[in-house]
Design a protein around this ligand. Structure first.
Ligand code: NAD
Length: 362
């Protein structure tokens, strides 16, 4: 697992895709002449400001073409900082006019989860491909409606699971696939951080908050990706150490998953505890990652001494480049809407288990 080889392979893939791009009929009819796809970010909060916009300065197949914001002062700041033309700046009301803007190929929804459905559906109806942040939406019904809207309008839908584009995460997914150490027996997966905010959407049920509306999907992805299977049952327990802040949603969730092969996973996620690791015990060995879902520096080791320690310049840049490339050449997305839906099926079962105190079949 040498980085140079991976680098070479990914460059070769881009080069061959670029050849296709210029000569081949596999291309989407909508984008016959573009070298880079124009992305409009919807919602200019922490993730757009600190991670996605900077990553869009590093991308080779995508660029920041526009913004959609409810805050006029942010529009001014971003316009100057990123040299954006006035015609590529939208608010939530006039957003649908984006349909007439050929500069925008992809709308990237970076809003609180409860708003994802509305903006994904509006983007799809405007004929734009859509990237949507995780978690995809608060309910299975939302996710299904988002997938349908994109299918009906013949646009692609990618979920922002940046980790699935990280070679360190792909390395442990491969271990399960190849059964390098035999079958997976037990996974322990944790993802949490201390969030000091007291009045944010992460603490608001109606906006899609609760730790399962954020870090929880990393704990769940660790278990799903390490086994390569979909869980068949779950039993869960919610708790909080700060009931004055976490009034309507959980601060911490612990959940146990059972997989068809018999593998089990113990998952923990929290807005009150710093933790980020994955341990996988197989029939004949083990694998550990820590961190397992950081922005950079995810790393690990295996019982045979193999190290997992690839370096990449930006997960987000890699994610957007790979998703744009998939759109341009018509190949499968790494994490399409259906992948977001798989997580939300489990999240719904987790909440059902908390409510009933029972094990829930999925
Ligand atoms: P944030 O609170 O910093 O930003 C949210 C944005 O939505 C703000 O610009 C806010 O003005 C806007 N907004 C519009 N209507 C709103 C409303 N009614 N209430 C609250 N905000 C409203 O949040 P964030 O951390 O940027 O998260 C946005 C999305 O990105 C979420 O889905 C989150 O899970 C995801 N995210 C993903 C990662 C990742 O690593 N992939 C990291 C952080 C956040």
């Amino acid at each position: 697992m040498k980085m140079e080889r991976r680098d070479f392979l990914s460059k070769a893939a881009i080069a061959s895709a670029a050849t296709l791009f210029s000569t081949n009929s596999l291309l989407s009819a909508t984008y016959p002449a573009k070298e880079k796809l124009g992305i409009a970010l919807v919602g200019l909060g922490y993730y757009s400001t600190d991670l996605l916009a900077p990553a869009l300065q590093l991308t080779e197949k995508a660029y920041l073409a526009g913004i959609v914001t409810g805050t006029p002062s942010k529009a001014e700041t971003w316009k100057k900082k990123y040299n954006l033309p006035e015609k590529n700046i939208y608010n939530y009301q006039n957003f649908d006019q984006i349909a007439n803007n050929p500069d925008i190929d992809v709308v990237y929804v970076v809003l609180p989860p409860s708003m994802h459905r509305e903006f994904v559906v509006r983007a799809a109806k405007a004929g734009k491909h859509v990237f949507c942040e995780k978690p995809m939406a608060p309910s299975v019904a939302d996710c299904e409606a988002m997938i349908k809207a994109c299918k009906d309008n013949k646009v692609k839908l990618a979920i922002g699971y940046r980790c699935q584009h990280d070679p360190n995460i792909q390395a442990y997914m491969q271990v399960a696939k190849e059964q390098k150490f035999g079958k997976v027996k037990m996974v322990t997966s944790a993802a949490g951080y201390f969030d000091g905010r007291t009045n944010h959407w992460k603490q608001n049920k109606a906006l899609g908050g609760g730790v399962m509306g954020d870090m929880g999907v990393y704990a769940l992805q660790g278990a799903r990706l390490a086994t390569g299977e979909e869980p068949i049952s779950v039993i869960a327990q919610a708790s909080t150490t700060r009931p004055e802040i976490y009034k309507e949603v959980e601060e911490t969730m612990m959940f146990l998953l059972e997989f068809p092969s018999g593998a089990r996973a113990s998952c923990q996620t929290s807005f009150g505890i710093n933790m980020n690791y994955l341990q996988v015990n197989y029939e004949k060995g083990w694998l550990k990652m820590e961190p397992q879902s950081g922005y950079n520096g995810n790393k690990g080791s295996m019982s045979d001494g193999t190290l997992i320690n690839f370096t990449i310049k930006s997960q987000q840049a890699k994610q957007m480049d790979e998703d744009c490339m998939a759109i341009m050449v018509g190949t499968d997305l790494i994490a399409p809407g259906e992948e977001g839906l798989r997580d939300i099926r489990v999240v719904e079962a987790i909440y059902k288990s908390v409510k009933t105190g029972q094990l829930v079949k999925i």
